[in-house]
Design a protein around this ligand. Structure first.
Ligand SMILES: Nc1ncnc2c1ncn2[C@@H]1O[C@H](COP(=O)(O)OP(=O)(O)OP(=O)(O)O)[C@@H](O)[C@H]1O
Length: 431
């Protein structure tokens, strides 16, 4: 051990030298009084497992888990040499681009956690660390609030979430939490990075009142993340990050292709096993009411479902309802701002197809490419660079598996294309 880095309500974190890795690591040791509590201990271990398995460059990595001779469990994790966001905020608000970049990185990490089925529950500036990688600073989200949640559930006098950041529903007994509680906390930190004050301290006034010159879109994005009614909040961390990113791009058009990578890189990095029905870990399978078509999407996309079919007239085929579904993060929200998948079947979709795929005005059409999945073949047309609030669109026609062909529209963030990954999970039941 080289020295003590800090302590929280549950644990003390030490700086140590790893002889094998020849690098510095942080070792978090559960406090003695909690180490005797089986539930808290189990959650501490669970936290280590999650942070070992889930892989994002913006999440603290746990390398090892063990037990000291006196029985206290510990986690060995990446050492963050750049202090915490709390330290930075002690000096007042951050430069706007740095605040937005940091918010996007936090959202990315949290989105990856959500996709693996884990809520953070205790996002706050002391849990956001900075480290230096190859001379560049990187944001790292640490410390899941798992221990807190169990302590709270067991009636201990520990607040489950930190005032100023936690969502209103977190202080309600038994209020089932979902990803939107974390969205609230990211919103609160973004507010503070931009204005120097928590929304609680500032009584929720628009950030631009405290930081003149902030664009209206940033005000709107941040206030929506903080809405007391979670139904009106951004439905996912990535939806919030996209809204901030779009505001940022509008301010600084040159940064469009550089800078922040959004959360969607998550897929490639998820651990765990693919389910027998082809559903990747952290994804959710949905189907239409008749069970004819089913598909899996990342959990954060699967907030709303319309499962009563669709009308193939939408793509220029004979009208009439046939099996189909639409699943998305925010189907009722402003068009084009959140991920969505529409899957419609039709016996009119054949090869060569007479369907008329939609044109996405303002987007750049990419060359069509041929795809083939589980006996179905067809083509994908992708539209990118849509500008405004629109992400990318993939238009897909597939046929050849039986009497039904399939049309899909996949709306997603334009920089990471999950079209094939989603298509690979498509299942059709032929009559
Ligand atoms: N990986 C790390 N690298 C460097 N410093 C760290 C690391 N993890 C934690 N720390 C430091 O140790 C402090 C204590 O961390 P810990 O996670 O135990 O508590 P906390 O987040 O401050 O509070 P609480 O657990 O009550 O929510 C942090 O505030 C931070 O300063």
């Amino acid at each position: 051990m080289i020295g003590r880095l800090g302590s929280g309500a549950f644990a003390t974190v030490w700086l140590a030298e790893d002889d094998i890795l020849e690098s510095q690591v942080a070792i978090k040791v559960l406090a003695d009084n909690w180490a005797h509590h089986p539930d808290v201990r189990a959650r501490f271990e669970q936290e280590a497992q999650v942070l070992r398995r889930v892989d994002s460059e913006h999440l603290v990595r746990v390398h090892d888990y063990g037990e000291l001779p006196d029985g206290r469990p510990y986690q060995v994790m990446t050492y963050a040499d750049g202090g915490t966001l709390a330290d930075r905020l002690a000096g007042g608000p951050m430069p706007v681009p740095a605040a937005l970049r940091t918010a996007a990185a936090i959202a990315e990490a949290v989105e990856v956690l959500h996709e693996s089925g884990t809520l953070h529950r205790d996002l706050k500036p002391s849990n956001v660390l900075f480290t230096t990688v190859r001379g560049r600073e990187r944001v790292l989200v640490a410390d899941l609030g798992l221990a807190k949640s169990i302590a709270h559930a067991s009636g201990f006098t520990v607040v489950a979430g930190t005032p100023g950041y936690m969502a209103p529903e977190q202080s309600l007994p038994g209020g089932g939490l979902d990803v939107r509680a974390d969205v609230h906390a990211i919103g609160a930190m973004t507010y503070q990075m931009l204005t120097g004050r928590t929304p609680l301290e500032a009584k929720g006034v628009a950030p631009s009142k405290l930081r003149p010159g902030l664009p209206r879109q940033i005000d709107q994005a941040v206030l929506r993340a903080l809405d007391a009614d979670r139904e009106r909040r951004w439905p996912s961390a990535v939806a919030f990050a996209s809204a901030l990113d779009l505001s940022r791009r509008r301010r600084r058009p040159l940064s469009r292709f550089g800078g922040t990578a959004l959360a969607l890189a998550a897929v490639a990095s998820l651990g765990g096993a693919v389910a027998p029905d082809g559903t990747p870990p952290g994804w959710v399978r949905v189907s239409d009411t008749g069970g004819v078509v089913s598909i899996a999407v990342p959990r954060s996309w699967a907030v709303q479902l319309r499962d009563r079919g669709w009308d193939a007239a939408a793509i220029g085929l004979p009208a009439g309802t046939s099996p189909g579904l639409q699943v998305g993060a925010d189907l009722a929200g402003p068009a084009g701002t959140s991920p969505m998948v529409l899957v419609g079947t039709s016996r009119w979709i054949r090869e060569p197809s007479t369907a008329t795929l939609p044109v996405h005005a303002g987007c750049a059409r990419q060359p069509d490419r041929r795809v083939s999945f589980g006996g179905l073949t067809g083509r994908v047309r992708r539209w990118t660079g849509c500008g405004g609030t629109d992400p990318s669109f993939s238009e897909v026609l597939l046929a050849g598996g039986g009497d039904l062909g399939v049309y899909l529209q996949i709306r997603q963030d334009e920089r990471v294309d999950r079209t094939d990954r989603v298509l690979a999970t498509l299942r059709l039941t032929y009559s």
